[in-house]
Ligand binder design. Structure first.
Ligand code: TYM
Length: 332
């Protein structure tokens, strides 16, 4: 029996190099060995105010981005969260088990409520319980994510313990976070003290995976570094350069040491030019495939249907067990 993997991305902005390096690049590596489900978290997107037309368009765009980045719809179950109603149903059961104090501790809630101070809605607060439902519905063994999602997965693990203590063991499986050693936190290009985020207002801070080559080059060339000249991985003193070296290392497969040797006696400018070429080379086929997929809406709709059918079937098995365990009368 293959182990089950589940992960997803919230449908906001466009997927960035951070999402790719921290998460999706790893998802694609797991698709042969594991039973994988990858979804588009469109319901999570509603915790921030969305233009309905843009959200709809973006959900198609994200599906095309997932596939263009290498997620094979034959090997993985790829689906939209809102197409599988069981997510919100399990989320409610879990919400009723979640102490307010646990949610209060979530750093992402604190950050997001500062950023969206005029729209601090209850959904933003209970977001992690929906995320727990996403994971637990499929009895996922591992959840491949970037560093920033670790706290949410810890909360999910706490919820499994609370649920098992109250309703019995073995109904919900305890998931493990799966965080890569390299690239789990790609930083903003202009401000390397904060993470690269797809919802950043300043588009110089991130590179979208479907970005034009010219823009990619420009953004990497203007990335913040320090005034020193030695190319050396030093996270403490050279965070901007360290970030570029991490991107370079993950995309090229070369270690920091090899890169340091390659660039001995060279300037930051040399490194930036080479890195820009590498990123452009990596993303050019993604953009081409993406453009193709976006022309074929019927195919994308077909993928949505196949994914939703498969995911719903699996989700219902868990939801039935949970409903029975908590004492809800089965529907006749
Ligand atoms: P989201 O959409 O913010 O990000 C998707 C994935 O990309 C990772 N990531 C990063 N990795 C490295 N460096 C970065 N700068 C960077 N930015 C983002 C994230 O850690 C994530 O793995 N709440 C989730 C979506 C979600 C989910 C789930 C994930 C909803 N339900 C269940 C796993 C399981 C989110 O907003 O990810």
């Amino acid at each position: 029996m293959k182990k089950t993997i589940l992960s997803g991305s919230t449908v906001t902005g466009d997927l960035t190099l951070g999402n790719y390096i921290g998460a999706i690049n790893n998802w694609t590596k797991l698709q042969d060995e594991y039973d994988c489900l990858y979804f588009l978290a469109d319901l999570h997107a509603l915790t921030v105010q969305q233009d309905p037309k843009v959200l709809k368009e973006r959900t198609y765009s994200f599906l095309a981005q997932y596939v263009a980045l290498g997620l094979d719809p034959q090997k993985n179950i790829i689906f939209a969260q809102s197409h599988v109603h069981q997510h919100t149903e399990l989320s409610w059961i879990l919400t009723c088990l979640t102490p307010m104090g646990n949610l209060n501790r979530m750093t992402q809630f604190k950050e997001k409520s500062e950023k969206h101070s005029k729209n601090i809605n209850a959904g933003l607060f209970t977001y992690p319980t929906l995320m727990a439902a996403d994971i637990l519905l499929y009895q996922a063994d591992k959840v491949p994510v970037g560093e920033d999602q670790k706290q949410h997965i810890e909360l999910c693990r706490d919820l499994v313990t609370y649920f098992s203590n109250r309703y019995g063991e073995g109904i919900l499986k305890m998931p493990e976070p799966f965080i890569a050693k390299m690239g789990a936190r790609i930083m903003s290009l202009q401000d390397p003290s904060k993470k690269m985020s797809k919802s950043d207002e300043n588009e110089k801070n991130f590179i979208a995976v479907i970005e034009d080559a010219k823009k990619i080059e420009k953004k990497i060339k203007s990335a913040t570094t320090d005034s020193d000249t030695v190319i050396k991985y030093d996270l403490q003193n050279k965070p901007g350069l360290a970030n570029l070296l991490t991107i370079y290392s993950v995309l090229s497969g070369k270690s920091y040491e090899t890169l340091e040797k390659d660039y001995e006696g060279k300037m930051y400018g040399h490194l930036k030019v080479d890195l820009a070429n590498l990123v452009v080379e990596t993303l050019a086929p993604v953009k081409a495939k993406y453009d193709d997929l976006m022309k074929n809406r019927d195919y994308l709709d077909q993928l949505f249907k196949i994914g939703a059918d498969k995911a719903s079937q699996r989700a219902q098995v868990t939801l039935d067990k949970v409903y029975t365990a908590v004492g809800l009368v089965p529907r006749q």
